[in-house]
Design a binder for this molecule. Structure first.
Ligand code: PAF
Length: 282
């Protein structure tokens, strides 16, 4: 496994691999890897001859009062985990190499980033799509794997790839959960044992909604209310949003189409997100 830090070197390697007919799978991450990330890497490993993983804590997707400075970092441990997959290349560039101070170009997807997290984190998705576009240019992957926990991010990247004609196939990967249902996230490391227990209400609220939907209720308001009742039992959860949206477009939902129920909440100072697909069986 080779550690690459210079963008120019990553690009040279990718061009060389492509010339030699290698198929490149790519898993972009911000490090502090958990089993959810490793599942994405295993998927990539199976689907292509070369696996590239990036580790880059991207300042441009954090707001001024967000956790960029304290975001957990553990490069050495991450490399050991990736080695066990194994990946072929780990691209871990410097902040300034990826985002020089004179950067003037940004990639912004408008429609699907308007609601949900986009409404609460101004500039977040612009930072994500800009850095992912740059990573795609440097790594030149044939496929890239993204987790469905960041469902709005997944839709934004799919839209960017479509609109800007990137030659990469986006492979969504289902959310990886702890045995008790908590969606895996690097930010779970911030939670005290008590907060971690409180945080379970997020997935439990989504599971309650899924049960209702599976029993035949398709009214988005009734589904949101069922989830809300579970969240309301936890005094320590500060809800940011709980919304049912169209699974495809993330716009207003319709009872006749598949929906996504998405939640964002703070447990203490930690912001957590989760979601569940409520597919229309008809
Ligand atoms: O999902 C993440 O970890 C990040 O948003 C990503 C895709 C690596 C871009 O910085």
């Amino acid at each position: 496994m080779e550690l690459v830090s210079l963008p120019s070197e990553m690009r040279r390697i990718a061009e060389d691999l492509r010339r030699r007919d290698g198929t490149i799978a790519f898993v972009p991450t911000m490090g502090f890897l958990h089993d959810g990330h490793l599942a994405l890497m295993r998927e990539g490993r199976q689907r292509a001859s070369v696996l590239v993983v990036s580790i880059f804590v991207n300042p441009s997707q954090f707001g001024p009062n967000e956790d960029f400075e304290r975001y957990p970092r553990a490069l050495q441990k991450d490399l050991e985990k990736i080695e066990r997959i194994p990946a072929d290349y780990v691209f871990a560039p410097d902040t300034r190499a990826m985002l020089p101070a004179d950067t003037e170009t940004w990639v912004e997807v408008t429609g699907v980033t308007r609601g949900l997290c986009g409404a609460h984190r101004p500039g977040h998705f612009r930072g994500v799509t800009t850095i992912v576009a740059k990573l795609f240019n440097l790594v030149q992957p044939h496929i890239a794997i993204f987790g469905e926990k960041d469902f709005q991010q997944l839709r934004a990247i799919q839209k960017m790839v479509h609109d800007l004609n990137f030659a990469v196939e986006i492979i969504p990967h289902p959310i990886v959960r702890e045995p008790d249902g908590l969606a895996m996230s690097s930010r779970n490391a911030y939670l005290s044992p008590k907060q971690r227990n409180e945080a379970l209400a997020l997935s439990q609220s989504l599971f309650a909604a899924r049960e209702l939907s599976a029993a035949g209720t398709r009214d988005p308001d009734a589904i949101v209310q069922a989830a809300r009742r579970v969240l309301d039992r936890s005094a320590d959860i500060k809800l940011e949003y709980l919304e049912a949206v169209d699974w495809e477009t993330l716009a207003k939902p319709s009872a006749h189409r598949s929906m996504l129920l998405a939640v964002a909440a703070r447990v203490g100072d930690t912001r957590l997100i989760d979601n569940i697909a409520l597919h229309n069986p008809a």
